[in-house]
Design a binder for this molecule. Sequence first.
Ligand code: ZN
Length: 503
Amino acid sequence: MLTRVLSATLTGLKPQLIEVEVDAIQGTPQFIVIGLASKAVDEAKERITAALLNCGVRIKARRTIVNLAPADLQKTGSTLELAIAAGLLQLYGEIAPLPNNCLLIGELSLDGELKPVRGCLPLVLAAQEFGLTEVLLPEANLPEVGFLTSITLRPLRNLRELLAVGGKIEQLTPHQPQPLQISESRGEADFAAIIGQIAAKRALEIAVAGNHNIHLVGPPGAGKSMLAQAAVSILPPLSISEIISVTMIHSVAGLTTQAGVLTTRPFRAPHHTTTAVGLTGGSSQLLPGEISLAHEGVLFLDEFPEFSRSALEALRQPLETKTVTITRSTGTTQYPANCMLIAASNPCQCGYWGSDKPCRCTLRERQRYHNKLSGPLLDRIDLHVRVGSVSHRQLALTTQANETSSSIRKRVVVARERQRARLAQSNFQTNGDLDGTQTKKLCKIEAAAKEVLISAGEKLGLSARGHFKVIKVAQTIADLANKPIITTAHITEALQYRPERSH
Ligand SMILES: [Zn+2]
């Protein structure tokens, strides 16, 4: 007798409902999985056989066929194992047929224990979208989906629990949803704790307010990493829909089993040996990269010129479009990548060019170091700012209290609201960067300020992209000041954040 059980798999973030059909026919005893199963699914046969055996159920000596439909989709991952095992148990009459409003996900270990799966949150949300009302899932996955109230979750620790109720899933205790605890900050560095660095703090405030990328240049030990971490503390709290989209990406990457739901903005700081695939995503399993793991948060690249050229070049497109498309032989998928890039670099190889300590580099070494950062990539960074070391005098004698992150965050929220309202008024359908025409249409500039921009542009030899970047930064400065029009002061300040010329 043919049995059917519902499960689902993911290609990137995209879910696909899978119908697991199990049947037994006369013939040579064999256990076959068909329907474009990857090697991983094929290997699952052995785990399922062992798991069933350890639960006291033997694969009957018949030709057992498992068909995964739709047949034209490559299935990867181990989410289907629970459903296949349940199908076999039904076939052998060990459990009653499962209702057709129920999705089963879970990986089995040899002794029948259920192991957590990657991508549990997107799979459970997909079940809801497909009109299903119940999900049987590994208990270890509850931390990331336990807050959902719109679907009944029945957690399992072991396959035996399903056998014990004879497949009557209504006898499995449903999970009681736990409301999300959203905190304003996750206890990272506060702006108030950073002494001095007035210029860098101001530039970070502008960058965060306008979601601009920023480049911090300064000698080792000047506090670039601390400033970058503090940037997260002035970002507004995540909304519920942002929490879900951020958690989904981390879930697919397999990072949520311990952490559960991400309620604070991500801060990702990959090492400079990270490859292009590590930064933008890839591998045969189409996993997200650092730029997507930093979605709605901060991507901090310390020692920026030390990243490989291919890794930095791979960032160019996603920084502009705020999405990453990954294509591999196993499929194509898209991940969002709306993060703020904070790059940090030393001014030269030895680190002390332009600081109060002597630089030991030759002119040639300095040029080579500078050339590692391609022009087009630097051009995609809106603000460049010098971070100087804070003197001992300043560290010892400063008594003035610094502004706290929560106070700065209030201005950021106002500026972002102005920006959102302006975009809503226009009909621009874009998540990425505005192009030149859109910038011209959206940003109102005083006549005198326009003149300042024109003459500065000629003097500095600004590219067209650079020209519009100055306007965009000036617009954010005006938004922070709660001003409806860009003035000369805003343009002049924005011009200070252009990249330094080669030494
Ligand atoms: Zn040097």
